[in-house]
Write a new protein. Structure first.
Length: 399
């Protein structure tokens, strides 16, 4: 129910507030303003009332929790048949930096069945402690058992910060875990730093469709939780032989109470676009002018053994399927070489590719924002430059 109310004695039924309501929540009945359920307490109508008949009674904020006992940085380790996932290793590297700043331990949380082997790899990439839960119910990822096991450990050991990869699994797990333990969660962060003279985690992420960069803090609750997309953070150096402490927790998980079971995995048929692991990406934008011109992008990418990327504008225009989209609302990439063709450089696109090792920008507009992050910039007609690059690369590569 809305917290906005009307002082009926003061209301004159002038209707001034009705015009200012952006949600159409106010109506006039019997010369008195009535408030509908679509009111979201934005307060836009308050200043428009000449008789101050509208009163917004906001509830008292909940009391802040005692955060004094929370310490350490945790990374939730996602893994596959080949070991710890790339994004989890990246988070161990970033977590190491945060833990050093806070003068605390970096801990890896590993949940699964027969996954103790991953502890050595977690130590090699910076972990001081591994919290290990080995249980048959955790053999395949399911929300309920994973959240139950993780929540038990979080309540027992009270981590200051929890980091997860913004993968399909990580996003599902993070949201459910944050809800279960009653704390905040910032998704798709592109930057993580510790607040000067404090312990708060500054979580930076693009907002409003990538038009601004927002800094979010969770001052009143713990743990502070954030997800980070693959290839946003740098991969730390592996130190073989590095040792740490393994804490094995026995968690009783009742299979009968879980609502889901994994029956089988069905591999998707057809070609896939693996932008996240590509060393070379050639991307096209609205500057191509027509979807058929993606052919020259594809030719250059094929010559370099790379993948084809695209800006959000070209995907929204229907020129190329969504899996090719690079940016905050697409894939975050970190290739060795990124070639942007006809892409102006909107902030949401830059957020997804600006950590590439080498960026080559081709655009006819010398003031395009893409040039601010480019290693090399070429001002000119992409329809002349891209085919010429393809020709020269073929000559040098002997193709």
């Amino acid at each position: 129910m809305p917290n906005l109310r009307v002082d009926e004695e003061a209301c004159t039924g002038c209707g001034a507030c009705i015009e200012t309501c952006p949600f159409g929540a106010l109506t006039l009945e019997d010369e008195i303003v009535r408030i509908g359920e679509s009111c979201n307490d934005c307060g836009a109508c308050i200043s428009s009332c000449p008789t101050e008949a509208l009163i917004l009674e906001r509830p008292e904020p909940a009391a802040a929790m005692d955060i004094s006992g929370y310490k350490d940085v945790w990374v939730v380790v996602e893994y596959g048949k080949k070991g710890i996932s790339h994004v989890a290793l990246e988070l161990l590297g970033k977590g190491r930096q945060l833990a050093d700043t806070l003068h605390c331990r970096l801990c890896a949380l590993i949940l699964g069945d027969g996954v103790s082997r991953l502890s050595e790899e977690a130590f090699a990439y910076g972990a001081d402690v591994v919290y290990l839960v080995d249980n048959p119910a955790l053999g395949k990822y399911r929300t309920d058992p994973y959240v139950e096991a993780a929540a038990l450990l979080v309540r027992k050991y009270k981590p200051e910060i929890i980091l997860l990869g913004a993968t399909t699994t990580g996003r599902d797990f993070a949201g459910a875990l944050a809800t279960e333990i009653g704390t905040g969660l910032t998704a798709d962060c592109t930057g993580l730093e510790i607040e000067p003279d404090g312990k708060n985690l500054i979580q930076t992420r693009p907002a409003f469709g990538g038009n601004i960069m927002a800094q979010i803090l969770c001052r009143r609750y713990r743990p502070q939780m954030a997800t980070v997309r693959p290839k946003v953070m740098e991969l730390p150096e592996r130190v073989d032989g590095r040792k740490g402490e393994i804490i094995t927790e026995e968690v009783a998980l009742n299979e009968e109470k879980f609502l889901t079971k994994v029956l089988e995995f069905v591999k998707e048929e057809g070609s896939t676009v693996n932008l996240a692991d590509a060393d070379v990406i050639v991307s096209g934008g609205r500057g191509l002018g027509d979807p058929k011109h993606f052919a020259i992008i594809e030719e250059l990418a094929k010559t370099l053994g790379g993948a084809v990327g695209a800006s959000r504008a070209s995907v929204d225009a229907g020129w190329i399927p969504y899996p090719h989209q690079v940016g905050q609302t697409g894939k975050t990439v970190r290739p060795k070489l990124y070639i942007a063709c006809g892409i102006s450089g909107a902030i949401q696109h830059l957020a997804g590719m600006q950590t590439s090792d080498i960026i080559v920008a081709i655009n006819k507009d010398p003031d395009a924002p893409i040039f601010k992050v480019a290693t090399y910039g070429i001002v000119g007609d992409l329809f002349k430059i891209v085919p010429l690059l393809t020709e020269k690369f073929k000559e040098r590569l002997g193709k």
